[in-house]
Design a protein around this ligand. Structure first.
Ligand SMILES: Cc1cn([C@H]2C[C@H](O)[C@@H](COP(=O)(O)OP(=O)(O)OP(=O)(O)O)O2)c(=O)[nH]c1=O
Length: 199
């Protein structure tokens, strides 16, 4: 029986599904966070800072429990690509990613409500994308799939056809580096496959 409360501070259905895969019980609580970041910060710092903001905002509203936040961005040739603002933006991002490799960074933060321990970490995956014709980009964007995703693609959907190779954690690209999260959860007492979970 898991005694300690685990809270996922995310509205992302992918993150919910990936965390649920670990077999732990958790609640989802989302709070509005300003996702702007300081210019000049390294992408690995930006994703950790945004993940921390998301987790901290929810932790501040609770008296107890452990809160997990995450943030994913795509970086191509030094340019940070978040979620597209519209269809044209999505097409622009995909044209930029076409025919070259880029990096996907997901920052994670675990924050104990009530002023306990806090950790941040980051996972990086290199993604190789095929050359995409304008017709292919238009067709994919028309499906709507890119619109809520960093870099304007979802490796887990039809865009899998564009990606012949990755180096690193696949789940990191989808939005949650599950293996890294599991390692950190264990440090907070959330052990997998033991009788005592989060006690
Ligand atoms: C690159 C890539 C991103 N994504 C998603 C993961 C994230 O949900 C999203 C990046 O946006 P985020 O701002 O990291 O997360 P979010 O707004 O969806 O959810 P929340 O802030 O509430 O936690 O892009 C995919 O699903 N597949 C992919 O291949």
């Amino acid at each position: 029986m898991q005694e300690k409360l685990l809270v996922l501070a995310s509205g992302s259905p992918r993150r919910k599904e990936l965390l649920a895969g670990l077999g732990l019980s958790f609640e989802v609580k989302v709070s509005e966070v300003d996702e702007t970041f300081e210019l000049g910060l390294d992408p690995t710092e930006i994703v950790q800072e945004l993940a921390y903001k998301k987790a901290k905002a929810v932790a501040n509203s609770l008296s107890h429990g452990l809160v997990l936040g995450a943030d994913t961005i795509v970086v191509s040739e030094g340019v940070i690509l978040g979620k597209p603002v519209d269809v044209e933006d999505a097409k622009r991002m995909l044209s930029k990613l076409s025919g070259r490799a880029h990096m996907v960074y997901t920052g994670i933060a675990l924050v104990e409500a009530g002023g306990g321990m806090e950790i941040r970490d980051v996972s990086a995956t290199k993604v190789v994308m095929k050359e995409l014709s304008p017709e292919l980009i238009s067709g994919y964007v028309a499906t709507g799939d890119p619109m809520d995703k960093a870099g304007s693609y979802g490796i887990q959907g039809a865009a899998s056809a564009f990606i012949p190779e990755i180096q690193g954690d696949y789940f990191n690209v989808v939005g949650l580096p599950v293996s890294l999260v599991a390692d950190h959860l264990a440090r907070f007492g959330f052990e997998l496959f033991t009788a005592k979970k989060g006690g």
